[in-house]
Design a protein around this ligand. Structure first.
Ligand code: ZN
Length: 68
């Protein structure tokens, strides 16, 4: 599992095979980009390769650490 940066936005999909949440990539637009492409990606959990479009990709902001 890669390290996520607190407060950073990511695009995330749910694996259609094992239903785990998987990070697609870092969202440099801070959650404002519209997703129009279809991404074919391999799940890092079960290695199922699936294709996901904008309706299946969600934005995710990694929480800031509680005690700063
Ligand atoms: Zn999977």
């Amino acid at each position: 599992m890669r390290t996520l940066t607190p407060g950073q936005w990511y695009l995330r999909f749910t694996c259609e095979h094992c239903n785990t949440k998987q990070i697609l990539f870092q969202d440099l637009s801070q959650g404002e980009a519209k997703i129009k492409a279809t991404y074919v990606v391999e799940c890092s959990n079960c290695f199922h390769k699936g294709s996901y479009d904008g309706d299946q990709i969600e934005r995710y902001q990694h929480p800031l650490e509680a005690d700063a």
